[in-house]
Design a protein. Structure first.
Length: 677
């Protein structure tokens, strides 16, 4: 029989690994075990770089919006990009290998969005390098290297460009651009995606420091079709330092019509900006983001963990795009990089409250794929727009055919409408509502008006759906689906009034007749045939937040106490406990809220950087969906923030005793600060 650890035992074990990790901004790893290592991501909302336990390696590089069909399920998948930061260093003609380094330390500085590795190489040198996904340059990364000699030595550095296995028709180039004041050597590769749909390109260059005198000679070597490199050599004296950087850009034909030349242009631009300017602009951009922050007094570990959650949400989304994050963001290929309700219901609300301009990219993603959603509705015999359960580049359904969620998990369409309405509520942008919000809301409302089956007053049933609790497949009158449909029909009606147009009167008729069923004990019934079985994740409890379908505190509590007992100890995603925590905080039960807050993510953490997996004991990080849920439990639960048609307000809530003060800064378009103590 499989044994499972108690929650208290899990807390104890996690605590052992974090006794010295209480810095609010820095996550450190010193005893690095490659067999039990889950990489941490440095990203700028466009390009994500995932760390490796090996020196001078990164696990993978992914780009938002870069998809092609290969592998799992005959659907679009995220592509690995060229690994443009991998390096090799040889000291006195001997390559540094992981087994020969001592005192290795890795550190993620969340405030600076930098990943730093340092180690000793015997009695010869101390080496440190940091890399960045530059926040101000969406397609560009930088690695900064410093070698400190303990003895006189000669080192040889190679920047290695290697193509991932899935890419084909790899082409490698090395170009030199000579100018009187600068010589630029460009290491460049291009390749086609598996079906040939995309051209993926990457280029990098060395940046040398003027303080070291004349630039060393750079040599290009071709190893084989999938890998080439550029290198230089240098002699340095004992007690001296030598520093240099590698800057590179990766871009595809999904982002630019001429990605090969553009990759080189972007790299040249970054090289001639220089290391110091690049890092200054990068830091300024992150300083601006961190003005919107959450500060917890009295609980150092929760503070660090909340910063990590926020850092990842900020890293996986970029202002001014129409890209939307997958459940694993830019941390790898999890869930094929597809976009689910995870975005609208779990990640988006926290971003909307703290970074409305970033949140706009997520609603822009849906607006720009509205026509695909309309075609999807047409194919299924409905009106309006039916958004796909899994979405990628084009907005067509990307769920593998063996998963029933594709044809039946229709609540995603209501989630998209709710997100559009909430964007207006927070920003009060009537022009946006008229131009983009209204077309989405109208199409969503038309879908639900055609989706219901009209079986008499109070019986406008929504049959044959996969519930938010995905263990309930092909059920009728699911609580969350029905309530979300009602809500968005009402929101569309209200939006029509605001922009001065006429709503379809049928929308309110439908909303007033969609049933929300109750059991004999007064608890909201999850679906028509629900009989008290275990559930995968929050469903009924979502009617109290983010909706207001169940508002009376006694009813909220009754639903909570019933369904919290129906969540198994393992195998369920992290978001459910976030909702329990949020609702208990609003009910004034701070200690119970804190218990669920901790249960929501602590058992899901993986070493050495406390990255969140989807489930307890899971190995599929980083689960940005869970992070979004937990941040909502802090903002809207403990913090009492509420999105209303007139903007963000604060309602009564309770903190746990351990938290002396909670400060939420730079909230919404008015940049308000909210405090609970």
């Amino acid at each position: 029989m499989k044994k499972t650890l108690s929650f208290s035992a899990i807390l104890f074990i996690i605590g052992l690994g974090s006794l010295n990790a209480q810095d609010p901004w820095k996550l450190n790893a010193v005893a690095i075990d490659p067999a039990n290592y889950y990489g941490i991501t440095v990203a700028n909302g466009m390009i994500g770089v995932v760390s490796s336990p090996e020196p001078f390696k990164v696990k993978e590089v992914v780009l938002a919006g870069a998809y092609d069909q290969y592998g799992r399920g005959r659907v679009s998948n995220f592509l690995r990009s060229f690994n443009l930061l991998n390096m090799q260093i040889a000291i006195d003609d001997r390559n540094i290998i992981a087994a020969e380094v001592q005192n290795m330390k890795q550190e993620l500085d969340m405030q600076k969005a930098s990943f730093t590795v340092s180690f000793d190489y015997g009695d010869k040198a101390t080496i440190q390098y940091s890399y960045y996904a530059l926040r101000h340059l969406p397609f560009t990364v930088l690695m900064d290297v410093k070698i400190t000699a303990k003895k006189d030595l000669n080192f040889n550095t190679s920047s290695v460009m290697e193509a991932p296995d899935a890419l084909k028709d790899v082409q490698n180039y090395y170009n030199e651009i000579d100018r009187p004041h600068v010589n630029i050597g460009l290491l460049t590769s291009s390749a086609k995606s598996p079906t040939g749909k995309l051209l993926m390109c990457a280029s990098n260059a060395f940046i040398f420091s003027e303080q070291h005198g004349a630039e060393p000679r750079v040599i290009h070597e071709m190893w084989h079709n999938n890998m080439h490199l550029m290198k230089f050599s240098k002699k340095i004296k004992a007690g001296t330092e030598y520093s240099y950087a590698v800057v590179g850009s990766s871009i595809t034909s999904a982002h630019h019509d001429d990605p090969l030349n553009e990759a080189e242009r972007l790299t040249i631009f970054a090289k001639l900006e220089g290391r110091d300017r690049l890092l200054s602009f990068h830091q300024n951009a992150w300083n601006e983001l961190w003005k919107s922050d959450i500060k917890i007094e009295g609980d150092d570990q929760s503070q660090q963990d909340v910063h990590s959650m926020l850092y990842h949400l900020y890293s996986f989304v970029r202002e001014g795009t129409d890209f939307s994050p997958s459940p694993m963001g830019l941390s790898g290929l999890g869930y094929n990089g597809h976009v689910f309700w995870d975005t609208e219901l779990w990640m988006y609300p926290a971003l909307l409250v703290l970074q409305p301009k970033m949140a706009k990219s997520l609603v822009e993603y849906r607006f720009n794929r509205l026509e695909a959603a309309k075609k999807n509705a047409f194919s299924h015999g409905y009106k309006g727009a039916m958004f796909p359960w899994e979405s990628a580049a084009s907005g067509v359904e990307e769920t593998p055919v063996w998963a029933l969620s594709g044809p039946f998990e229709h609540h995603i369409t209501a989630c998209v409408g709710i997100a559009a309405w909430n964007y207006y509520c927070v920003t009060q942008d009537k022009e946006w509502l008229k131009e983009k919000g209204w077309p989405v809301l109208k199409a969503v409302a038309d879908f639900w008006a055609s989706r219901v089956e009209r079986n008499g007053p109070g019986k406008y049933d929504i049959k044959n759906v996969v519930a938010a609790d995905e263990w309930a497949e092909n059920v009728d009158n699911n609580a969350w689906t029905n309530a979300a449909a009602k809500a968005v029909l009402n929101y569309a009606t209200e939006a029509a009034k605001i922009i001065g147009t006429t709503a379809d009167t049928d929308w309110l008729e439908v909303a007033q007749n969609i049933p929300i069923q109750k059991m004999e004990n007064g608890v909201t019934k999850e679906h028509a045939t629900y009989k008290g079985e275990g559930i995968k994740q929050a469903d009924v409890n979502l009617l109290s937040y983010p909706l207001k379908e169940v508002e009376d505190p006694k009813e909220v509590l009754k639903d909570l106490e019933y369904y919290e007992k129906r969540i198994p100890n393992e195998g369920t995603p992290a978001m459910t406990q976030a909702i329990f925590s949020l609702l208990y905080a609003r009910l004034g039960e701070g200690e119970k809220a804190y218990r669920f807050f901790q249960e929501g993510y602590l058992p899901n953490l993986n070493p050495p950087f406390r990255v969140i997996a989807e489930t307890k004991g899971g190995t599929n990080p980083y689960f940005a969906t869970g992070a979004g849920g937990m941040i909502q439990s802090v903002l809207m639960g403990f913090g009492g923030l509420e999105i209303t048609p007139k903007g963000i307000v604060q309602i009564k809530s309770a903190l746990p005793k351990k938290w002396k003060k909670l400060t939420i800064s730079n909230v919404g378009i008015l940049k308000k600060t909210f405090v609970v103590q």
